[in-house]
Design a protein around this ligand. Structure first.
Ligand code: UT7
Length: 325
């Protein structure tokens, strides 16, 4: 049966220049490089320069993805940008990207599901492509999380970083079989009862300020391992595939221990897990496309490889996408 598939045709990323090593936090916090490394796997992260905005990172990542796909901004029908740290409350950060990449048609909007944002954006873009409302969609995850951190809270500020990643999807005809290239299945979930485990204590309609991240780390950790394994399993089952078929697990990069435990629950060996958390920290919506683009530029993916992407974050919101490269 002929079906429409969303094919990945270009990928890109951008990291701000400034690298912040773990040791830097010990200047004002009771923490250590050893604690951060052993509890999270993080060694360093990038922070945006003063005045450098989420859109600036998104534009650089998008330019790389467009060059990789060999197309220009005007060849796109839509942009879906996932961020929890927009330049402004409105307009959408996506329209600044639209303007900057010379896209004079179509539509661009933001979507917010925090660390699960990129899988939600892929799910949305894939649904639009399959419904016929767009043929080529630029999907971006971009964050300047350093802007919403409490630098006196050692339990959160050492975890996050800034960056952006982008993936371009294009409509293509598939056979409906799991051997098709492109997005094969998506699985999206949220549970608002768990909103207080991870949130920002501000916002335009509550405090009138941007607020800072608050997290019950251990609780989020427990939910993450369970829910990521479940959602990954469901996306694979929906595609008619199993863990053995997965060539690369590309998980949200929050904590190396979560990634290892999830992979083991799913039955995916550690050498098939893409990890960039060491160098990027947790970049929220940007973490999966960053990992994807870094691994792709290292030549790790071969055409036809099965990738399983999955993420979880504030909401709680979580999900997975099975994509054949
Ligand atoms: O991206 C969205 C999803 N987010 C996540 O997936 C994050 C999930 N959670 C985690 O990754 C982990 O829970 C953390 C990395 C946040 C914390 O690791 P943990 O092993 O769960 O540590 P903990 O919260 O149980 O804290 C253990 C100890 C505490 O001290 P006491 O109470 O045992 O004396 C903390 O105060 O570690 C202390 N601690 C620190 N010590 C040194 C917390 N942060 C730090 C720190 N440096 N930066």
């Amino acid at each position: 049966m002929k079906v429409t598939r969303s094919l990945a045709i270009g990928v890109g990323h951008y990291l701000p220049e400034r690298v912040v090593e773990n040791a830097e936090f010990t200047r004002w916090l009771d923490t250590s490089d050893e604690w951060i490394r052993t509890r999270t796997g993080i060694e360093r992260r990038h922070f945006a320069a003063e005045g450098e905005k989420t859109s600036d990172l998104a534009i650089r990542a998008s330019e790389m993805a467009l060059a990789d796909a060999g197309i220009s901004g005007n060849d796109l029908d839509a942009i879906v940008l996932s961020t929890a740290t927009p330049d402004r409350t409105f307009p959408a950060t996506a329209v600044r990207v639209q303007e900057a990449i010379g896209m004079r048609r179509g539509f661009a909007f933001d979507l917010q599901a925090v660390c699960a944002g990129f899988v939600f954006a892929l799910g949305t873009a894939d649904a639009m492509i399959r419904a016929g409302s767009a043929r080529r969609v630029l999907v971006i995850g971009a964050e300047t999380f350093s802007r919403i951190l409490d630098f006196n809270d050692r339990a959160t500020c050492v975890l996050f970083g800034d960056g952006a990643g982008a993936l371009i999807l294009e409509a293509a005809e598939g056979s409906g079989e799991s051997s098709d290239r492109g997005i094969l299945a998506t699985d999206l979930n949220s549970d608002g009862r768990l909103a207080n485990l991870l949130y920002v204590d501000g916002g335009p309609s509550s405090t009138g300020t941007a607020g800072v991240v608050r997290m019950q780390g251990q609780e989020v950790f427990k939910h993450a391992v369970l829910k990521l394994a479940e959602t990954g399993g469901r996306a694979l089952a929906a595609a008619g595939l199993e863990a053995d078929d997965v060539d690369w697990l590309v998980p949200h990069q929050a904590n190396l221990r979560i990634m290892k435990m999830t992979a083991s629950k799913l039955g995916i060996p550690p050498e098939r897990v893409v990890t960039t958390v060491e160098d990027h920290g947790n970049t929220s919506a940007a973490s999966i496309p960053l990992a994807l683009s870094v691994a792709a530029s290292e030549g790790r993916f071969r055409r036809g490889d099965l990738l399983l992407m999955e993420g979880i974050g504030g909401g709680l919101a979580w999900g997975a996408v099975a994509l054949r490269w």
